[in-house]
Write a protein that binds this ligand. Structure first.
Ligand SMILES: N[C@@H](CCC(=O)N[C@@H](CS)C(=O)NCC(=O)O)C(=O)O
Length: 220
């Protein structure tokens, strides 16, 4: 069945990248439709009245909200790799982390970018920016501790799961913009380097990152 993914016109958007990673892990091809936020096509609004991105259609099935999409894909396409742990306890951890990504990690990340992109440089308050960046760095410390408690490379159940693939785009974006992992977040650093080598990551790496300069938003 044909899969269609509606995505923003820019690449590297973490919610969409989360879906692209899962599609790539599942070896699924999707037709991608880039949507401008100011001009949402009827076809998108028909399947998702909120019109937010990513949105997905798989044959007659439409799914939106990133967590719903990736869990749908994992259940509908259990091969070639299952991305939820089999053990009930680890499933509970993975589901919790998925919701934490959407409700807390994404919110602190978006707060930084919204301030950066909506407040003109001449009226930006450096203290406010410092607070927002500080909140995101604190959030990363929480994820560092989660890895420490799990005692390995992955967030739930000892193998890669939807949870790790969901955190990765946010981490990659922060690293691109100057976040240093090695000293403050040693476990996140190893997990990041390991996941970055996966084929799914290499094939979905945002094309524009290769030729647009990053800004040192998170540099110490
Ligand atoms: N709760 C949504 C949030 C996704 C989201 O923030 N999407 C942004 C693009 S990165 C968006 O569609 N913004 C425009 C809008 O909501 O109209 C999800 O998890 O999928």
């Amino acid at each position: 069945m044909a899969i269609t993914l509606w995505r923003p016109t820019y690449d590297g958007s973490p919610p969409t990248w989360r879906v692209q990673l899962v599609l790539a892990e599942k070896k699924l091809k999707a037709q991608e439709i880039a949507v401008s936020m100011d001009d949402k096509p009827e076809e998108l609004l028909d399947i998702n009245p909120r019109g937010n991105l990513p949105s997905l259609r798989d044959g007659y099935q439409s799914v939106f909200e990133t967590n719903a999409i990736i869990q749908y894909l994992d259940q509908a396409y259990p091969q070639p790799i299952a991305l939820m742990p089999k053990r009930r306890e680890a499933q509970g951890v993975a589901l919790t982390r998925l919701n934490e990504v959407s409700n807390y990690l994404a919110a602190t990340f978006v707060a930084v970018w919204r301030y950066k992109t909506t407040v003109a440089p001449e009226s930006a308050d450096p203290k406010r920016m410092e607070e927002l960046v500080g909140a995101l760095k604190l959030e990363w410390m929480r994820w560092e501790k989660y890895l420490e408690c799990e005692g390995g490379l992955y967030l739930a159940g000892g193998a890669i799961s939807l949870a790790d693939l969901s955190v990765f785009p946010y981490l990659a974006s922060c690293v691109r913009h100057g976040l240093h992992l090695d000293t403050r977040y040693p476990r996140l650093s190893i997990a990041y380097q390991t996941i970055a080598r996966r084929e799914s990551v290499v094939t979905t790496w945002p094309a524009s990152w290769k030729d647009t300069p990053a800004e040192p938003v998170f540099a110490d």
